[in-house]
Design a protein around this ligand. Structure first.
Ligand code: PEP
Ligand code: MG
Length: 876
């Protein structure tokens, strides 16, 4: 089997085999760009490695050796040879780019002998030993597992010894001493010597890169970005070129367009006399790329040319890594650049205008889940801002929170319900869980292309980098800006669009939607088949939903209207009533309130359908807490001057509440079961709906009410409730003289309803799949308990591929949805079908909804844009 591919043997289409980096290196080689030669070990080798108990396929090394022979023939250098040593970099590269999450080793092939060869070859002793110590440092860390800071500490010590401040002040002799200490340090921590044999080095490096596929940060990254675990990584072995050979050398990263705003401009950074890792690791703050124009005009010009060529070749914004070795430019990597939602949208729209892509391509260029970022709050322009520092605006959006200095702490405090801003000198990929937890990230070092920035942009978190005015003391957990000192726990606000760091909390406001955002969604509307509605139960949400493009309300949960503080006592009176008269008295008070509610929503949705679900709460949710009541009673009983009447009242209340308590409220007296036992409650709601509708109609507002009966399992439940709706509707229509075009339907949210959908359809004008309950009842997982108790472990241990309350379980719950649609339509071909569970706002579930031919999805207002785009992508 072929495991190893020379760059000249591959191309951009071979991503799944060669990984993104390998495929693009091959493609760039093919189109004649200056790429140092090399080869890629396929992702299949990685899979084989994991399948074979962490051993590499046997043939692999022969193939690696053959590949080396070709590299040696091209360069005239020999791997492991003293006089003309060939050095390589060994880098990971999976199908989906995972910036910085896996491992890289540079300068491989150096040892005590070849380092001398390198020195002679380059005429630069100091350079050679600097490379060697970097190699030992990386190899020691990545392959041998010695913590980074041990090495940093030894370098610091050497600097202290020589009373110098910068690495660049250390001499050849210093590096020789450091190398000696590095080797001792490795031996001390691993009881193994640093390997001198380059063949052993390469073997171990390949294994280490394969293993890094499964390191913790890579796993977390994959989970966040929903990248499957089985894909594995490729390994790229490439001839080293050196950006650290003096002032005519350097290294950098650039995007062909601004990844933060999408503006068409070369956007990047470089460092003179440095190796690539120095830029992306954010250890030194690099210079903006435009300065390269002054310092090396020729190189800048040819880089611009290449950048343009690559962008046109891939017809997408590229993120390009380059190195300049003694005045010669090399391209080390290109990939589709990670970008914020704003940039993604702007770039997609601009590229359509430029004729680089068409509208359909544009729709596929924006990740629906990213759109959410566009709706994030931003700083109130009228707020007074106490700007205390300014850094690089690395990822837009505003965020306020308490300062924390450690990723673990950020995660912990967020779990406790605090909002935090993660402040670090620089972030490394190990901080990814902290970045995920925090509202935003602020670093004092590192550039716009540092990992912190790239990762934050990918997640849509506000981020400011390289804010050098800030001096952070991690040990004291404080940061200083001039004379101002802030401690852990103090509030700051960051504005990732301007780079401003602001003291205290700043009010945030709703953002305005850009024209491009609207343009892209308009294109989405042209191609999608699914309609998109919103779940909303008040006029404000309804308006918002409409603004964001909702074509109606797919679920109005009326129980939310009962939860308003001032209504709770009346609702309690309704629930606790022991006679019909008592209950009707309470309902009479609720009627005008409910009518107002519906009036507001109809008004907001003028001309669009409004699906109103009749009451579906576990009743106990509205009742006082029994424990608190019992305590109050006990207190009263001990009180000598107690009021007997009061005590009696409370005791009766406690008894009634206890009577209503259920062991399994989620499977209890809710949904249509409530309407069947207390029809007067539903009757009041229906009356309110029709009164409101009639009033709207007389005022010229167009109403299209859809009345929905929840939790139906048997057709007779629906039949009885439908009769009630018709009865009350007729009464109100006669009374008001207004004819309302209404429909009656049901939710499908228990398996029996899906299975008997044919019978149920006889009584329904529409079905709305309530996949929250349908997931609960299909799995038999309590919605309220499963996630906290066992579901996260299920997902972590891959017992379930995903949390089924978030992404629809297509095989199980999905089969019931499919069955329900099929059976329902077999009885009533024009049955309208939709989904209103949380899944209606989730990308992959929406794809499923499209595939099974639902008419619409309904989701929370802020997810409407996501649903519009997802529905379009599903149709493409
Ligand atoms: C559902 O069960 O999916 C649903 C939308 O109803 P609720 O979440 O209100 O139970
Ligand atoms: Mg439900």
């Amino acid at each position: 089997k072929k495991w190893v591919y020379l760059f000249r043997e591959g191309n951009a289409q071979m991503k799944s085999l060669l990984g993104g980096k390998g495929a693009n290196l091959a493609e760039m080689t093919k189109i004649g760009l200056p790429v140092p030669p090399g080869f890629t070990i396929s992702t299949e080798a990685c899979t084989a490695f994991y399948e074979n108990n962490h051993t590499l396929p046997e043939e692999l090394f022969n193939q690696v050796r053959t590949a080396f022979t070709e590299l040696e023939a091209t360069t005239g250098k020999v791997f492991g040879q003293k006089e003309q040593p060939l050095l390589v970099s060994v880098r990971s590269g999976s199908v989906h780019s995972m910036p910085g999450m896996m491992d890289t080793i540079l300068n491989l092939g150096l040892n005590d002998e070849t380092v001398e060869g390198l020195a002679k070859l380059t005429g630069n002793q100091r350079f050679a030993y600097d490379c060697y110590r970097r190699f030992i440092q990386m190899f020691g860390n990545v392959v041998m597992g010695v913590d980074h800071y041990h090495f940093e500490h030894l370098i610091e010590k050497q600097k202290g010894l020589r009373s110098v401040l910068l690495d660049t002040d250390l001499t050849t002799e210093d590096w020789k001493q450091v190398i000696h200490k590095f080797k001792e340090c490795i031996y001390m921590y691993t009881k193994e010597s640093f390997p001198q044999d380059p063949q052993e080095q390469i073997k171990k490096a390949i294994v280490a890169v394969f293993k890094s596929w499964n390191n913790q940060r890579a796993q977390i990254y994959r989970r966040i970005h929903q990248i499957p675990d089985h894909l594995g990584t490729a390994v790229n072995v490439q001839i080293m070129v050196f950006g650290n050979m003096g002032n005519d050398s350097g290294t950098g990263v650039a995007f062909t367009r601004n990844p933060s705003t999408g503006q068409k401009e070369l956007y990047g950074e470089f460092l003179i006399n440095a190796q690539g890792e120095d830029v992306v690791a954010g250890v030194r703050t690099p210079e903006p790329i435009i300065k390269l124009k002054e310092q090396m005009p020729k190189i800048y010009e040819s880089f611009c040319e290449i950048a343009q060529k690559l962008e046109a070749h891939y017809s997408d914004m590229q993120d390009i890594e380059f190195t300049i070795e003694r005045g010669k430019l090399y391209i080390l990597q290109t990939r589709a650049g990670k970008r914020t939602a704003q940039a993604a949208i702007t770039i997609a729209c601009n590229m359509v205008e430029e004729g680089l892509i068409d509208k359909h391509d544009a729709l596929l260029r924006v990740a629906p889940e990213q759109l959410d970022q566009m709706l994030h709050p931003c700083l109130d322009k009228d707020a007074k801002l106490d700007v205390i520092a300014k850094g690089l605006p690395a990822s837009p959006g505003a965020a306020s929170g308490r300062i924390v200095f450690e990723a673990d702490e950020a995660e912990y405090l967020t779990k406790q319900g605090y909002k935090v801003i993660l402040v670090r000198p620089e972030t490394t990929p190990e901080d990814i869980h902290g970045i995920l937890a925090a509202q935003g990230v602020l670093t004092s070092r590192g550039g716009m292309t540092s990992h912190a920035a790239v990762v934050a942009r990918g997640m849509g978190k506000a981020c400011i980098c390289g804010c050098e005015q800030i001096k952070i003391d991690l040990r004291k957990k404080e940061m200083a800006i001039g004379s101002l000192t802030l401690n852990e726990g103090d509030f700051i606000t960051i504005d990732g669009s301007t780079g401003h760091v602001i003291l205290g909390e700043v009010p945030l406001i709703e953002p305005t939607l850009s024209e491009e955002f609207k343009q892209l969604l308009a294109w989405a509307d042209e191609v999608r088949h699914l309609h998109v509605r919103a779940n909303a139960d008040n006029p404000v949400d309804a308006k918002k939903a409409r603004e964001l493009g909702a074509e109606g309300i797919g679920l109005c949960r009326t129980e939310h209207m009962f939860m308003e503080q001032s209504r709770v006592p009346i609702v309690q009176q309704m629930i606790l009533a022991e006679t019909l008269e008592e209950r009707e008295e309470a309902l009479k008070k609720l009627l005008p309130m409910q009518k107002e509610d519906f009036y507001g929503i109809f008004q907001a949705m003028d001309g669009l359908p409004v699906n109103i679900r009749l009451l579906d709460p576990p009743l106990h949710e509205f009742l006082p807490n029994t424990e608190e009541l019992a305590v109050e009673i006990a207190k009263l009983q001990c009180d000598e001057s107690m009021d007997r009447m009061e005590l009696n009242k409370k005791e009766t209340l406690l008894r009634k509440v206890r009577n209503l308590q259920e062991f399994n409220p989620m499977l209890g007296h809710r949904g249509c079961r409530l309407g069947l036992i207390y029809p007067e409650i539903y009757a009041m709601q229906i009356e309110a709906i029709f009164l409101a509708a009639a009033q709207c109609q007389t005022e010229g507002i167009r109403v299209i009410p859809e009345i929905m009966i929840p939790l139906v399992g048997h057709v007779n439940e629906l039949k009885t409730m439908r009769e009630l709706v018709n009865e009350v509707a007729t009464k109100v229509q006669t009374q008001t003289g207004e004819t309302i075009p209404y429909t009656v339907g049901t939710m499908i949210e228990v398996p029996r309803a899906a299975i008997t959908a044919r019978e149920i359809a006889a009584e329904a004008d529409f079905f709305s799949f309530g996949t929250n309950d349908l997931t609960q009842t299909t799995f038999g997982f309590s919605r309220d308990d499963a996630e906290g108790k066992f579901l996260h472990t299920y997902v972590e241990n891959k017992i379930l591929p995903e949390n089924p309350f978030i992404t629809l379980d297509i095989e199980g719950v999905g089969s019931l949805v499919r069955l329900g649609i099929h059976e329902g339509r077999s009885r009533k071909p024009n049955l309208k079908t939709g989904i209103c569970g949380e899944h209606g706002g989730e990308k992959r579930s929406i794809q499923f909804c499209h595939d099974v031919g639902l008419d619409y999805v309904s989701c929370s207002p802020y997810r409407v844009p996501l649903a519009r785009l997802s529905a379009a992508q599903a149709a493409l």
